[in-house]
Design a protein around this ligand. Structure first.
Ligand code: LLP
Length: 421
C-alpha cells in the first residue's frame, strides 16, 4: 500500500497533484511520500512487537538526508555499507548506537571512523577483516562489537544478482566454518563478539528461504553458546520483497515475516535486528517523467521519455519490472496500445519496458514509474551527461525539493582541466 492515488483525475503524492510538482521542478524527478515511509517502518515495528528489536533501515536503498532524518526521528537505526553512508547517517542525527556496519570490504579507515564516531556493531564477513578490525580497535584503545555474518548456503530464490546467501557468493563466512571463525574472533584483542548476522538476498517473495536461514542461525546460536560465546544479538538482514507488478504479485507481509522470526528465533533470548530497505522505501517513491515523442516503428511503437537508464537503472540492470501509469487518470475502459517505453540514451539497453500496454498518451504527457523509491535515485549516474534528477519529499499538502537538479554549469565545474593541456 502507498499514498499515490488518483484524485480528481490526477495522480497525487499524498495531497499534492504530481502535475504541480512537475510544473515546479520540471521532469524527470523522484518523489517520496513520508506517509508511506512511516507506514512501512511501523509495519515492521508492529511485526516485531513483543520481542526486543531494532530496525536498521538499509540506507543503500534510499539515502537522501531528508529521508534518513525522517526515519531517524521515528526511531530507525541504519544499516550502512560504506564510510559515506556512515557519514550520512550521523549527519542525519542517527546515534552511533543505532548504526550497524555491513559489507565485505570495509577499509581500516572506515572502521576507525565508525569506532570514533560510535557504532552498534560491525557485521564481519571474513577472517582478514576480523584481524584488520582487531588492529584498528586496539590502536584506538577501544573494543569493537561484532557479529560474524554467516553464509548459510540457502537459495533465496530471487534474481541471481541480488542473491547473497548461497555457497560461492562473496558474502559471509561459510556457516560450516562458523565455529572456527568465532573462536578466532574471541581470541583477538579489541574484538567483542555480540551475536550472529545473516542476510540471504533481496526482493524475496517467499518466506521459506528466510525460514531455512533463520533455523540454521538458531542452531548456530545454541552451538556457539555451548562453545562459550556470548550470543545476545541476531541480525537477520533485510530482503523482504515488494509487489512490483500489482496485478499479479503478493509477497508475504511484514506481519507474516515477523511471526516467522518469532517462531524461528523468538525463544533464544536474543535481541533481534533487521535491515529492511526496499520494503520501507520502494513503494514510497515514484519516478515521474514526460513523454518526449511517440514514435511509430516497424512493428514496434515507442514512447520516448525524458527519464533514462541513468536515472533508474533497475530495468536495464536486472530486467526489473516497474508498473508505469499515466499521471492523468485514463477513462474507465480506455483503449490501450502496446509500446516499448525507452529513454533517450544511445544504447538499446535503455529500455524500461517492452510491449507495455498503455492508455493513449502523447508528447508532453506525464507518466509515473511505481515502486521506484528503493534503488532508484541511489543507483543513478550522469551517463550521457544527464545531470542527476531532483528528489522531492511530500508530507500531506506540502512538498519540498530535497535534492536539486544540478545545472549543466555545476556539472561541468566538477571537472578540472589541467593547465598543462
Ligand atoms: N542488508 C544487507 C547486508 C544487504 O546487502 C541488503 C541489500 C539489505 C540489507 C537490504 O535489502 P532489502 O531489504 O532492500 O531487500 N540494487 C538491487 C538491490 C540490491 C540489494 C543489496 N543488498 C535492486 O535494485 O534490486
Amino acid at each position: 500500500m502507498d499514498h499515490f492515488l488518483y484524485r480528481n483525475g490526477i495522480l497525487h503524492a499524498e495531497d499534492v497533484p504530481l502535475s504541480d510538482i512537475a510544473a515546479s521542478v520540471g521532469t524527470p524527478f523522484y518523489v517520496y511520500s513520508t506517509a508511506t515511509l512511516e507506514r512501512h517502518f511501523k509495519l515492521f515495528e508492529e511485526a516485531l512487537d513483543g520481542i526486543d528489536h531494532t530496525i536498521c533501515f538499509a540506507m543503500k536503498s534510499l539515502s537522501n538526508q531528508a529521508v534518513l532524518t525522517f526515519l531517524g526521528k521515528l526511531g530507525a537505526g541504519m544499516d550502512v555499507v560504506s564510510g559515506g553512508e556512515y557519514a550520512r547517517a550521523i549527519a542525519a542525527g542517527v546515534p552511533g548506537e543505532r548504526i550497524v556496519f555491513s559489507g565485505v570490504g570495509k577499509t581500516r579507515q572506515e572502521m576507525a571512523t565508525a569506532l570514533k564516531g560510535g557504532i552498534r556493531q560491525f557485521n564481519i564477513e571474513s577472517e582478514p577483516e576480523m584481524e584488520a578490525l582487531s588492529e584498528v580497535a586496539t590502536s584506538l584503545g577501544v573494543e569493537a562489537p561484532v557479529t560474524v555474518r554467516v553464509n548459510p548456503d540457502v537459495d533465496a530464490k530471487t534474481h541471481e544478482k541480488i542473491s547473497t546467501g548461497k555457497k560461492g557468493d562473496k558474502f559471509g563466512i561459510p556457516i560450516s566454518r562458523a565455529s572456527e571463525a568465532y573462536a578466532r574472533a574471541a581470541a583477538l584483542p579489541g574484538i567483542k563478539v555480540v551475536g550472529i548476522d545473516v542476510h540471504i538476498g533481496s526482493q524475496l517473495t517467499q518466506l521459506e528461504p528466510f525460514e531455512a536461514a533463520y533455523l540454521k542461525v538458531a542452531d548456530l546460536t545454541h552451538q556457539l553458546r555451548s562453545e562459550g560465546h556470548e550470543i545476545s544479538r541476531l541480525d537477520l538482514g533485510g530482503g523482504l520483497g515488494i509487489p512490483y507488478e500489482r496485478s499479479n504479485s503478493a509477497p508475504p507481509l511484514p506481519i507474516e515475516y515477523g511471526a516467522l522470526i518469532k517462531r524461528c528465533v523468538g525463544d533464544l533470548g536474543c535481541e533481534v535486528e533487521i535491515e529492511p530497505g526496499r520494503l520501507i522505501s520502494g513503494n514510497a517513491g515514484l519516478l515521474v517523467s514526460s513523454v518526449i515523442y511517440v514514435k511509430d516503428g516497424d512493428g514496434t511503437d515507442f514512447l520516448i521519455i525524458d527519464a533514462a537508464m541513468n536515472d533508474l537503472a533497475r530495468p536495464a540492470m536486472y530486467g526489473a519490472h516497474h508498473d508505469i501509469v499515466p499521471v492523468v487518470e485514463p477513462a474507465p475502459g480506455a483503449e490501450q496500445r502496446a509500446f516499448d517505453i525507452v529513454g533517450p540514451i544511445c544504447e538499446s539497453g535503455d529500455t524500461f519496458a517492452k510491449a507495455r500496454n498503455m492508455p493513449a498518451v502523447g508528447a508532453g504527457d506525464l507518466i509515473a514509474f511505481r515502486s521506484a523509491g528503493a534503488y532508484g535515485a541511489v543507483m543513478a549516474s550522469e551517463y550521457n551527461s544527464r545531470p542527476l534528477i531532483p528528489e522531492v519529499l511530500v508530507k500531506g499538502d506540502q512538498f519540498d525539493v530535497i535534492r536539486a537538479r544540478p545545472t549543466f554549469d555545476e556539472m561541468i565545474a566538477r571537472d578540472k582541466v589541467p593547465e598543462w593541456i
